[in-house]
Every structure is written in C-alpha cells, then in structure tokens.
Design a protein. Structure first.
Length: 192
C-alpha cells in the first residue's frame, strides 16, 4: 500500500488541505493520504495553537467522509523534538508492508536541504510537491530529481493563519472550512 504523508499542525484544517490531499489520493499512485498532525512543540507554546486533541478532532471530522484520507496522531507519542526522518523510520518499522511518501508544498521544498538527514529521506522516499506561490528558489539539486514528483494540483492560497485572524476579527470563514470542522470551531469558540 502506498501512503502519502501530509504533515502539518492543521490549526485549523481547511478546504485547501482537503483539496490537495484528495487530489493526490485520486490523481496519483497513492492509495491513501494520512494527515500527520504534528504535536505542539513544548519549546514553542503559541497562544493561537489549539491543543493536540482539538486539532486531531478537527482532522478526524474533516476526513471522515473520505475513504482515502485518514487522520494520524502517531507523532504525539514520539520523543520531542521530533524530526520527519525519525517519524518515517518509526512508520516503516510499524507498517513494514507500506511504502511511505512525503507530500509537501513547493515552499517547503525550498528549505528541504536544511532538514535533518534530508539525503536519507530522499534516498528512501518519494516526495510529491504541490505548487505554492512563494518567494525564494528551489535548490538545483532538487531539479529533475527522480524521487521528487511535481504534482499538477490546484494552487491553494488559503492559510490557517488567515482563517484564525479572520475568526478573531469576527469574519465569516464558514466557506473555508469543511462543514464538520466549522461546526466544531464555532461550538468551541476557537480562535476568538
């Protein structure tokens, strides 16, 4: 089984996340996309960051109607600070019959050479890169790399930061969130 790993804080998960993940699940060789909810760093406590449980709950609610999209909280139980290379090693041990790939925006690819053991990740995993409008350039070593696949996915210029700020300012963000996520955010009075 081929699994795409989509890492993020998902604070909150929004329709842009779902569109990209579903696009990859339907239009690539991936069988499933797992939303890897990253834990709040004990070293970087942000007032705007919801706790792990609430962010996982929103991802669960957002993905429950999609067969190929799954929430995953495996990083909550790993030692902190955690690095992607460590999560991949853990997943390979836990699911030896699965093949794991990374899903990232082009903005993340621009800093990928700074990741811990990025060479090891590239050696053992495929990376699916979706387009983002962002500053800077991608390292030339990643141009035409056989393990890096650029995906013709819709460009989603919607961010969780924008949504949080809009909610704080009393704006209606309902169209930007999956219905079940909007209901949870509204019910819990998040980001106000």
């Amino acid at each position: 089984m081929k699994i795409g790993l989509y890492f993020g804080t998902f604070n909150p998960i929004h329709i842009g996340h779902l569109i990209i993940a579903n696009h990859l699940a339907e239009h690539s060789d991936l069988n499933q996309v797992w939303f890897m909810v990253t834990p709040q760093s004990p070293f970087k406590v942000k007032a705007s960051m919801l706790n792990n449980h609430d962010r996982l709950e929103m991802v669960y609610r957002a993905t429950k109607d999609y067969d190929k999209l799954r929430p995953n909280a495996i990083e909550f139980g790993l030692p902190q600070p955690n690095f992607t290379v460590d999560t991949l090693a853990y997943l390979e041990e836990k699911y030896p019959t699965h093949e794991f790939s990374l899903i990232m925006g082009e903005d993340n690819l621009k800093s990928f050479h700074k990741w811990k053991n990025y060479e090891l990740i590239l050696e053992n995993h495929t990376i699916y890169v979706y387009p983002r409008l962002s500053e800077g350039v991608v390292e030339t070593q990643f141009d035409n790399h056989p393990k890096i696949h650029r995906v013709e996915a819709p460009i989603m210029e919607l961010s969780s930061t924008f949504i949080r700020n809009a909610i704080k300012n009393g704006k209606n963000v309902k169209p930007m969130l999956p219905e079940h996520v909007w209901e949870y955010v509204d019910e819990m009075n998040f980001y106000k």
